[in-house]
Design a protein around this ligand. Structure first.
Ligand SMILES: Nc1ncnc2c1ncn2[C@@H]1O[C@H](COP(=O)(O)OP(=O)(O)O)[C@@H](O)[C@H]1O
Ligand SMILES: O=C(CO)[C@@H](O)[C@H](O)COP(=O)(O)O
Length: 467
């Protein structure tokens, strides 16, 4: 059996799957948590990856590996390859003003959308670099190279394979060996999906100089060869999820992880001047228009904490309340929000009465509020899906699966719970060594009558938000 490994280094944890390259059969897996917070030293991701690899039984028998990683995080390296400061993550909103400034300086949202397929908001790397230049000029001056979480982990893996040392002290390769892929590069704000080239002029506008950037690889190009295993180009976690779930034309994927994302596979690049849709590239040579919210699975974590129950109990409670929770409406801007662009917004609860002041109503309102944000995202995407696939940690909740059709107004297809980002990365690794024939597993379909009043009420509630 020929084995490949796939890694999902996402916001909350690192997961590793080891699969048969030919059939995709799962052989072993492991996981380890990441620390909380929106700025994290990348060494924590490396430690978590090493622990997840160990739990997955090691890589000695693996011939290729690929890393899918949380998008947009700013990893700055000095000339020796040391990390300059903690990485600012996709959900860190301190660069909101930098984003607004950059939009104005280049001539408005349309110019950005045409240039790089997206309009800057705090999530994107380019705005974090502007923040760094303005607020930490010494760190900016020490920055010799900038890369993304998956680029950095792949580069560290290359050093580990080359030296045979998988530890905190594994040597690192030279900076000019850093590599990335189209998918993750398209989330920086200084790489154009339509031309396939860096826009170093935009990086210079933001940062004042142009540090070394990773080479951008095509889907079938190995990033590193010569060690004990090939290292595939890797990609952003959403691009890897699209691969893992086998997304095809006509599909829309709704992913409920730390972020909520709604995306589709497209044949041509997109440029949305409203900024709602980010016109990313994907990991197959095509494109991945995507809408992202900052508030998804953790809204349920928060509701469970308030109610003092487990996630499973929260799910059961939510199904005890009626659709619409008798008017209790929760706007889940617990981390600010990205779509709509409300970086300083806070969450709110509307419609409290004696009758709606129950844990069951709160549970239902939390799930409905989270899903309403994603239903708005689906509208913004503007495609009429043939299938809506629901994945991510919160898709494990029975209440989420059953409530989703009432909010989205379409049937929802739910693949078996699995690590689709890690699976997609493993699939990418398999393509380096074989022509994989991975069968997709049976899906379940959830249907239910749409209840438009829930979204109407939610829309009204979003106009009464405190910053
Ligand atoms: N049964 C469940 N019901 C609701 N939420 C769940 C359930 N299982 C896991 N989650 C949530 O899913 C989230 C992790 O999902 P995941 O897709 O792995 O996130 P990420 O990729 O952003 O790290 C956590 O917030 C966790 O609480
Ligand atoms: O910023 C985005 C997409 O643009 C997020 O989707 C990140 O890629 C983080 O993903 P998760 O950790 O929630 O999977």
């Amino acid at each position: 059996m020929t084995l490949v490994a796939g890694v999902d280094s996402s916001t909350q944890s690192c997961k590793v799957v080891i699969r048969d390259a030919e059939t995709g059969a799962l052989v072993r897996q492991g996981r380890a948590p990441h620390p909380d917070g929106t700025e994290v030293h990348p060494s924590h991701w490396w430690d978590a990856l090493l622990r997840a690899i160990e739990e997955a039984g090691g890589l000695d028998d693996v011939i290729a590996i690929s890393v899918g990683g949380q998008q947009h995080g700013m990893v700055c390296l000095d000339e020796s390859g040391n990390v300059v400061r903690d990485a600012l993550l996709w959900n860190d909103t301190r660069s909101a003003q930098a984003a607004a400034d950059l939009v104005t300086e280049l001539g408005g949202p349309q110019v950005w959308a045409t240039a790089v397929g997206l309009v800057p908001v705090a999530s994107f790397t380019v705005t974090k670099l502007r923040w760094l230049a303005e607020h930490e000029p010494d760190n900016a001056a020490r920055t010799a190279a900038v890369c993304l979480p998956h680029d950095w982990l792949s580069w560290r893996l290359a050093g580990a394979f080359a030296s045979g040392t998988f530890s905190a002290d594994s040597p690192v390769p030279p900076l000019d060996q850093l590599a990335t892929d189209r998918g993750d590069a398209s989330g920086t704000g200084y790489w154009s999906p339509s031309t396939g080239a860096y826009r170093t002029d935009l990086l210079k506008l933001a940062f004042g100089s142009v540090p070394l950037l990773p080479r951008v690889l095509g889907p079938a190009e190995a990033a590193y060869e010569g060690g004990a295993a090939l290292i595939a180009p890797g990609t952003g976690d959403n691009m890897a999820a699209a691969l893992g779930v086998g997304a095809r034309s006509g599909d829309v994927v709704v992913s409920l992880g730390t972020s909520g994302t709604v995306f589709a596979v497209a044949e041509s690049p997109s440029a949305d001047p409203t900024g709602a849709v980010a016109g990313f590239a994907d990991a197959t040579g095509r494109f991945l228009p995507l809408v992202c919210t900052l508030n998804a699975a953790r809204v349920m974590d928060a509701a469970a904490r308030i109610a003092g129950v487990s996630l499973d109990a929260l799910s059961e409670l939510a199904l005890q309340a009626p659709p619409g929770a008798d008017g209790l409406t929760l706007v889940p801007y617990l981390e600010g929000e990205r779509t709509p662009n409300r970086p300083t917004a806070t969450g709110s609860v509307h419609g409290l009465t004696l009758a709606t002041s129950t844990p069951a109503h709160l549970a239902r309102a939390a799930i409905e509020g989270m899903l309403c944000g994603l239903a708005d995202a689906l509208d913004a995407l503007g495609t009429k899906p043939e299938r809506v696939l629901l994945i991510g940690g919160a898709a494990r909740s029975e209440a989420v699966r059953r409530i989703a059709p009432t909010i989205f107004g379409v049937p929802i297809t739910v693949p078996p719970p699995a690590e689709y980002v890690a699976n997609g990365a493993a699939y990418q690794a398999a393509t380096l060594v074989t022509t994989p024939d991975w069968r997709s597993e049976e899906t379940e379909t959830y249907e239910g009558d749409a209840v438009p009043s829930i979204r109407d009420r939610y829309a009204r509630a979003t106009t009464h938000i405190l910053d």
